[in-house]
Design a protein around this ligand. Structure first.
Ligand SMILES: Cc1cc2nc3c(=O)[nH]c(=O)nc-3n(C[C@H](O)[C@H](O)[C@H](O)COP(=O)(O)O)c2cc1C
Length: 322
């Protein structure tokens, strides 16, 4: 299957593994790349820009295929040296970057001067248009279904994807709620050139998270997520848990970031993935977990999606046409 995204990024299949804090490490990224899709390292998972440099080197030792680095600009409790992370990405010879969160305009000239293709991930057509204007090469449009930062507009993919495609000239990658061939074929029908998946890739053999978390994703239903931090205009879709419920209760009682901050600290979320205790911290997952019922290798997952997509188009869709 060839699309504007496979051509732009030099990959075999129109599938991207979105940046994932604590999850987007060399093991997962190289497995996705070796299977012919785009793996994305998450810059801020590394404690320092130097550590990112080493992680890029480690990934290169595990694959000779293209992979990208995600740089997420979001409010954080501690200030982040974004320029230093950016410079490591550029100096390491990375050719594809996924930006997300706030407007990446300040970093665009440096990326463009280095010949880097930038995919900006956002949650509204308005922000997608802005990304195109400032020089993004593609946009990932993340619907309300998605894991993590859903934005404040609550636009589900069925509306968001075609509305975004209609307004852009650059290719659009559909994101949020994708996990199988049905999603890929639907995304293509809506005008996207590929799909971005987070939750589905977190639940694979090579994903560096604890088995308990993978099993929780398999067992959980589509209803087992909730939206926290809406009161701070920083809405985030996370796993439903007692801890998440306590954050919602605090928000309802009018608590601010000073009080909520310690409960949602990233270091605690990291413990969830490393130790497998679903109540050790807040952890990110999407509604698509309701469609996930196995823990395949990345290669098996991607091969299955592509083979099923072909069958779906040839047998079901073409069959409908008589
Ligand atoms: C565990 C986890 C961590 C994530 N961390 C980030 C992040 O640091 N930066 C980012 O841009 N997106 C992050 N995301 C969002 C994904 O890149 C992707 O946009 C999202 O998962 C798509 O929705 P899906 O989970 O339904 O596929 C994260 C997602 C998950 C599941």
């Amino acid at each position: 299957m060839r699309t504007a995204i496979t051509r732009l990024l030099g990959i075999e299949h129109p599938i991207v593994q979105g940046g994932m804090q604590w999850v987007g490490r060399a093991e997962l990224v190289s497995a996705v790349a070796n299977a012919g899709a785009l793996g994305v390292l998450t810059a801020l998972t590394q404690p320092t820009p130097e550590a990112l440099h080493d992680e890029i080197r480690r990934t290169r030792s595990m694959t000779d295929r293209p992979f990208a680095v995600n740089l997420t600009f979001l409010p954080t409790l501690k200030p982040v040296p974004y320029e230093a992370y950016r410079d490591v990405i550029i100096d390491s010879g990375i050719k594809i970057v996924e930006t997300a969160g706030n407007n990446p305009a300040a970093h665009m000239p440096a990326f463009k001067a280095a010949g880097i293709k930038v995919i900006h991930k956002c949650t509204t057509p308005r922000h997608a248009v802005k990304a195109e204007q400032i020089g993004a090469d593609a946009v990932s449009i993340d619907g309300f279904e998605c894991a993590g930062h859903v934005g404040e507009s609550d636009l589900p993919g069925l509306i968001l994807i075609p509305a975004t495609v209609a307004r852009l000239r650059i290719p659009v990658i559909a994101s949020g709620g994708f996990g199988d061939a049905r999603g890929l074929v639907a995304a293509l029908a809506l005008g996207a050139e590929g799909i971005n998946m987070g939750t589905r890739f977190m639940c694979t053999q090579e994903s560096p998270v604890h088995e308990n978390i993978k099993r929780a994703i398999v067992e959980n239903s589509e209803a087992d997520t909730c939206l926290i931090l809406r009161s701070l205009r920083n809405s985030s879709r996370v796993a439903r848990s007692e801890l998440a419920q306590s954050v919602l209760d605090m928000e309802r009682a009018g608590a601010g970031i000073d009080q909520i901050g310690p409960r949602i600290a990233g270091a605690k979320g990291r413990r969830v993935y490393e130790e497998g205790d679903t109540e050790a911290g807040i952890w990110t997952v999407g509604m698509v977990q309701g469609l996930i019922d196995d823990i395949p290798t990345c290669a098996a997952l991607i091969d299955r999606i592509m083979a099923d997509a072909e069958r779906l188009v040839r047998d079901r869709l073409c069959g409908l046409m008589g």
